[in-house]
Design a protein around this ligand. Structure first.
Ligand SMILES: Nc1ncnc2c1ncn2[C@@H]1O[C@H](COP(=O)(O)OP(=O)(O)OP(=O)(O)O)[C@@H](O)[C@H]1O
Ligand SMILES: [Mg+2]
Length: 305
């Protein structure tokens, strides 16, 4: 269990993380999703005691990370896989991690096996590792103490599609066995495919939070099909009634409910070929909106700087 409460980090007058509160539960993968610069890494660094919060608190398994005895036995952390010592071999890296976690040596072989690094690869220097291999090694380091909680910052970075699928399986298994997983990503698809719960952050603030189903259900849209010649007219009628309308393929997508669409179409005499509730794409829309807002804000800051 991870409990973050009113956590805030200010750098001078800039607020990188702005009063965020959420919980990551055991048995679930929680995706921490946000565009570049949203505050994900800063929040995770505060969670594991590497950055001091300006205010608020972060608890892992009910206590501050720094107060956990032998933290690696409880919480596996991977923040920056690129930061590993380049001169050591993969195996040496894990032997050190095992020693710090107070784990026996055979934990190293087990961790290597779990992340799919061969013993030959483990003898090579980390400096010669590919990005994906580094990521696997980082994950092996996080797993070495057999923790109940995983905190992973962008763990899928640099992995190829097969690697991403493998990682997804590993994290789901970890949660299925009762573990808590918090992973960050700036890619919606990655998060969508692995996370039970999603916390979406933008500009340091949480903008959406819930199970995937809740996030999708709360923002249902209606997809409506009409004969081609009638489409523009129905779109105009919907807009006239104050609804948003977009074109998706051959269909109109609107925030009006099905009942509203049906009534408007009937009044306007526009034939409707199909009418359905749509949830797909909504998370993506929210996320793109967030990314656009962030980009706009950065441009404004550059101009005023
Ligand atoms: N030590 C620091 N001093 C000043 N500003 C910082 C510091 N660390 C982070 N920031 C700023 O805080 C904001 C959030 O950064 P953070 O690294 O947490 O974002 P992120 O969500 O992890 O982004 P990314 O997806 O690019 O990894 C950014 O604007 C960043 O420049
Ligand atoms: Mg980051």
């Amino acid at each position: 269990m991870i409990q973050i409460e009113n956590l805030t980090k200010r750098y001078g007058s800039f607020t990188a993380v702005d009063d965020i509160t959420f919980t990551a539960r055991p048995g679930r993968v929680t995706g921490f999703l946000g565009p570049n610069g949203a505050g994900k890494s800063t929040a995770m660094r505060m969670l594991v005691g590497l950055t001091v919060p300006s205010s608020g608190s972060a608890l892992v398994l009910g206590r501050p990370y720094r107060s956990l005895p032998t933290p690696a036995r409880h919480v596996g952390v991977m923040l920056d896989a690129a930061a590993q010592h380049a001169g050591r071999t993969g195996r040496e890296t894990l032997v050190l991690a095992a020693a710090m976690a107070g784990m026996p040596r055979h934990a190293v072989d087990r961790a290597l096996e779990r992340v799919g690094l061969t013993s030959r690869e483990a003898e090579r220097r980390v400096g010669n590792y590919s990005l994906g291999m580094r990521q696997r090694l980082g994950l092996a380091g996080a797993l070495i103490g057999e923790p109940q909680v995983l905190v992973l910052d962008e763990p899928a970075n640099g992995l190829d599609p097969a690697g991403i699928r493998w990682m997804r399986g590993l994290l789901r298994d970890f949660a299925d066995q009762g573990g808590t997983v918090l992973l960050s990503s700036h890619l919606l698809h990655e998060v969508e495919q692995v996370a039970h719960d999603i916390v979406m952050i933008g500009g340091g603030r949480i903008v959406a939070e819930g199970t995937q189903e809740e996030l999708l259900a709360g923002h249902g849209q209606t997809v409506v099909g009409t004969p081609e010649g009638e489409r523009a007219r129905l779109a105009a009628e919907l807009r006239g009634a104050g609804h948003q309308v977009d074109l998706r393929g051959e269909d109109l997508v609107t925030n009006a409910t099905r009942a509203q669409v049906a009534r408007i179409a009937l009044t306007a005499g526009v034939p409707v070929t199909h009418l359905a509730e749509s949830s797909a794409g909504r998370l993506e829309e929210m996320f793109l909106q967030l990314t656009a807002d962030q980009a706009r804000q950065e441009r404004t800051e550059e101009v005023s700087a």
